[in-house]
Write a protein that binds this ligand. Structure first.
Ligand code: AMP
Ligand code: ZN
Length: 473
């Protein structure tokens, strides 16, 4: 373990400033990251947020902290609008696929972790399903009711936001403007005292066709979406949380509500640092699971991209900047990533010299500076290019690259080359067949273009007597 860096500087959404990070307990950083709603595949926008959180966790470790990270799986209570209106997302998924909510949850949880692993996103140590902690939410809600923070209306339990100070602090939103807007909303729930009060417990009066339901002091029903993250976090990471993350859309109302109910329940400040990743957008603006092309990791693979090219694409920009996805931009990232791997391969194949500890430590410190600069991933990549150009022996370069890849996780040294996915194999085989057909038709220009297209994706083909063979380098 390296010497701990004292000042890790991160942007805190709560204070709207870059701040020095000081954990509550010096020995261990507690980190909570909102997990996926498992009603469908994650799109690559969702996964951008998980890449940022993965970088954060590994960066904290790089500078010397032990990290205890927890993530929930949302399998109950999340409506299509984050403000408790619209359809229930899980029921929507079950109807779409004619399955039970439990089957949908299992299937898409597994799919999520499969996609995440293709992007070298490490599984958090603690992963908890929202539906497994009902007793704890009930305990919290009972206390909130007893202490006057919550009320019952139309059979549901709501949190009364007028009972907490600084409800809008995290979002920096203007209360008056928001309330006028909400009252004009046709979906406005008339059973709430204030339009931004939120559901802690819904009885089946809200969705009669709800599969996931439990007994409670307020009738058979299910918890609201927000209480699950507070409950799981307090249960597993304790009453003083260091860092809470999510995408920017989580700031309001989800994280705002988490702060309100957690602090009302605990009776003291709960989480010190709030970090939010900006969105990945497509050409039309917002990324969507229902409109336009549904961009998933599998789709990228079907088109012949190594998922790590997408990770590299994300790391080239800062997590607090919006990023626009296009295939042209991904192609550019692919070509840069492949050139980088080629350069590293040459070094790997020409090892020489004894590792120069001074140079190694210098480069580790440069990398830490990039981390301390609010997780500046593009600066981290610059450090990588710098060591490639450095006038030092190759064994030292390899040690630096290995060290950087603990955070970047771009398989830079290809030590743990993954098995090719079936989507990628199919893509390559289809291209080889298309090329064979082009050659049969004497369309050598097309055949050549296909070879080049594959080469750009680091897929090298060789014509042999036994047919065309390929290698992914
Ligand atoms: P969900 O599965 O809808 O609960 O979202 C999972 C995570 O993805 C949340 O942390 C969201 O903030 C985040 N997210 C949603 N849309 C995007 C996007 N277009 N770009 C980046 N992150 C997103
Ligand atoms: Zn959450």
């Amino acid at each position: 373990m390296y010497e701990k860096v004292i000042y890790l500087r991160l942007y805190n959404t709560l204070t709207k400033k870059i701040e020095e990070f000081k954990p509550y307990n010096d020995k261990e950083v507690t980190l909570y990251t909102c997990g996926p709603t498992v009603y469908h595949f994650a799109h690559i926008g969702n996964l951008r947020t998980y890449i940022f959180e993965d970088i954060l966790e590994k960066s904290l470790e790089y500078v010397g902290y032990n990290v205890k990270r927890c993530m929930n799986i949302t399998d109950v209570g999340h409506m299509s609008s984050d403000a408790d209106t619209g359809e229930d997302k899980m029921i929507k998924g079950a109807i779409r696929e004619n399955k039970t909510v439990y089957e949908i949850a299992d299937y898409y949880t597994e799919a999520f972790f499969k996609d995440a692993s293709k992007l070298n996103i490490r599984k958090p140590k603690i992963i908890e399903r929202a539906s497994k902690h009902i007793d704890f939410y009930i305990k919290m809600i009972e206390k909130l009711l007893k202490e006057g923070y919550a009320y019952i209306s139309n059979g549901n339990v709501y949190f009364d936001i007028s009972k907490v100070k600084d409800y809008y602090a995290l979002s920096g939103k203007n209360q008056e403007e928001l309330i006028i807007g909400a009252r004009e909303d046709v979906n406005y729930d008339i059973h709430k005292r204030n339009p931004y009060d939120f559901g802690l417990w819904f009885t089946v009066s809200k969705f009669a066709n709800q599969d996931m339901k439990w007994d409670s002091p307020w009738g058979v029903g299910y918890p609201g979406w927000h209480i699950e993250c507070s409950g799981i976090s307090i249960n597993y990471l304790g009453e003083h949380l260091d860092i809470h993350c999510g995408g920017v859309d989580n700031i309001f109302p989800h994280h705002t509500n988490e702060i309100a109910q957690s602090e009302a329940y605990l009776g003291h400040k709960w989480c010190s640092y709030w970090l939010h990743g900006e969105h990945l957008n497509d050409a039309t603006g917002k990324m969507s699971k229902s409109k336009g092309e549904f961009l998933t990791v599998s789709l990228l693979e079907e088109k012949g991209y190594n998922p790590l090219v997408y990770r590299f694409f994300c790391l080239q920009s800062h997590y607090r900047n919006q990023l626009v996805f296009s295939y042209e931009a991904l192609d550019k990232a692919s070509s840069t990533y492949n050139k980088l791997l080629n350069k590293i391969n040459i070094i790997k194949n020409n090892t020489d010299g004894i590792v120069e500890e001074d140079v190694l430590n210098n480069y580790k410190n440069k990398f830490k500076e990039a981390i301390n600069n609010d997780l500046n991933t593009s600066l981290m990549i610059t450090c990588l290019y710098d060591i490639l150009k450095e006038n030092v022996n190759n064994n030292t370069k390899i040690e630096v690259i290995k060290s950087y890849d603990q955070v970047l996780s771009l398989d830079l040294l290809n030590d743990n080359k993954k098995e090719l996915s079936s989507d990628l194999i199919k893509y390559i085989e289809d291209k080889i067949n298309e090329r064979a057909l082009a050659k049969q038709n004497k369309d050598y220009v097309k055949a050549d273009l296909i070879r080049k297209e594959l080469e750009e994706k680091n897929i090298i083909i060789k014509d042999t007597r036994e047919g065309t063979k390929y290698e992914v380098i």
